[in-house]
Design a protein around this ligand. Structure first.
Ligand SMILES: NC(=O)c1ccc[n+]([C@@H]2O[C@H](COP(=O)([O-])OP(=O)(O)OC[C@H]3O[C@@H](n4cnc5c(N)ncnc54)[C@H](OP(=O)(O)O)[C@@H]3O)[C@@H](O)[C@H]2O)c1
Length: 278
């Protein structure tokens, strides 16, 4: 039986389901089946990227699910070496073709690139929206300084900043600025790639509610205003569990205890081309 859909989180005219399916490291038939299963079980939000080399498989999963396209919030991105003038639009065209859709709901700059002027990238992103390739545009892995610069340059609103976030990584400084711009903070690696089962604070809360550690961590995430999380799983029971987090509410003390686990050292995703994090 399908689970209830996740509530919508709104920003600058976009309405994004609070839980989406991440697809990094999911390929081929496994990816198509995961996407189709998620949609048939209540998901309405899917996250992909050309870098994941799975856009065809994601597109196949969308069609296989039987869920009408207009009921699905679909995000793709542009890899950091293609965010220059014209190249960004070409990347978006290729994504639409691979996904087999006329438009994505959200197109993101995947990572900043200091070798390409941000003015060019933001102009190209705006142009991709004007051409109808994406309903909404946004960024990913942007620092506070880059966000300030991006907002100075953009004509169209940037609806989200997609960044790593889970209890072990303190993102309060960046989140405050994202919220100040009225943007959504979309959390990637939101279950910390499955590590929270070992954590005593998380486990105690999980036991109280009869939930798993990952469910508690996701609940903590989406219980923050303006937050969306995109856990990745190709495992049917985990795909369902990750959406099944809207039937309990963490207390203020529990929220604070989970936030108290955070530090600047908790980052899992740190490629050598990362910006200087806040
Ligand atoms: N913008 C960016 O730069 C960026 C960077 C990283 C990720 N992302 C996006 O964010 C998504 C999520 O991030 P992520 O894939 O790095 O990490 P994640 O979602 O925190 O963790 C995924 C891993 O945890 C396992 N898992 C999922 N749900 C679980 C559960 N309920 N219990 C136990 N284990 C569970 C998955 O295993 P199974 O699949 O085997 O079930 C997988 O190995 C990505 O897939 C991608 O779409 C974006």
């Amino acid at each position: 039986m399908s689970l209830p859909h996740a509530p919508l989180v709104r920003a600058h005219g976009a309405a994004i389901p609070a839980i989406g399916l991440g697809t990094f490291n999911a390929h081929g038939e496994i990816c198509s089946e995961a996407v189709s299963f998620a949609l048939r079980n209540g998901y309405r939000h899917i996250d992909t990227a050309p870098r994941y080399e799975n856009e065809e498989a994601v597109g196949e999963g969308l069609r296989r699910s039987g869920v009408p396209r207009d009921q699905i919030f679909l995000t793709t991105k542009v890899w950091w070496d293609r965010i220059g003038a014209d190249d960004l639009q070409r990347s978006a065209e290729e994504s639409l073709q691979k996904l087999g859709v006329d438009q994505v709901d959200l197109l993101l700059i995947h990572w900043p690139n200091p070798a390409i002027p941000l003015a060019d990238s933001i102009a190209a992103l705006n142009d991709a929206k004007r051409r109808g390739y994406a309903k909404h545009i946004g960024v990913s892995n942007f620092t506070i300084a880059l966000l300030n610069e991006a907002w100075r340059l953009t004509q169209e609103p940037l609806v989200c900043n997609q960044c790593e976030w889970h209890p072990a990584l303190d993102q309060e400084k960046l989140r405050a600025v994202v919220r100040g711009y009225g943007m959504i903070f979309t959390a990637y690696s939101p279950v910390g790639r499955g590590v929270y089962g070992e954590n005593a604070v998380v486990s105690a809360i999980a036991k109280k509610y009869g939930k798993t550690a990952s469910q508690v961590v996701l609940r903590w995430n989406v219980q923050h205003e303006g937050s969306v999380a995109i856990p990745k799983s190709v495992t049917p029971e985990r795909i369902r569990a990750n959406l099944d987090i809207f039937d309990f509410t963490l207390s203020a003390e529990e929220m604070a205890a989970l936030s108290g686990l955070g530090s600047r050292e908790g980052r899992l995703v740190k490629p050598d081309f990362s910006p200087a994090w806040d």
